[in-house]
Design a protein around this ligand. Structure first.
Ligand SMILES: [Zn+2]
Length: 70
């Protein structure tokens, strides 16, 4: 498992429930998906296995971002 520093979330943008649920189950250590903040940074842990699973899941679910809320 590797620690990486990434931009923190700028605001909470709801993602599709399917993606959130799959992420918790299948790739809890994947990269975060949100609108990044220009100021804040957070350190997260990722692992190769989860990042791979995340990419596979996304390629199988092209609409994983869901509907943007206005
Ligand atoms: Zn993992």
């Amino acid at each position: 498992m590797n620690s990486v520093e990434v931009p923190g979330p700028k605001q909470s943008v709801p993602l599709a429930n399917d993606y959130v649920e799959a992420g918790l189950r299948f790739f809890p250590h994947g990269y975060p998906d949100y609108v990044p903040s220009p100021r804040d940074h957070v350190v997260i842990y990722i692992c190769d296995e989860c990042v791979r699973a995340q990419q596979v899941w996304k390629s199988q679910h092209p609409n994983w971002k869901g509907q943007p809320s206005q």
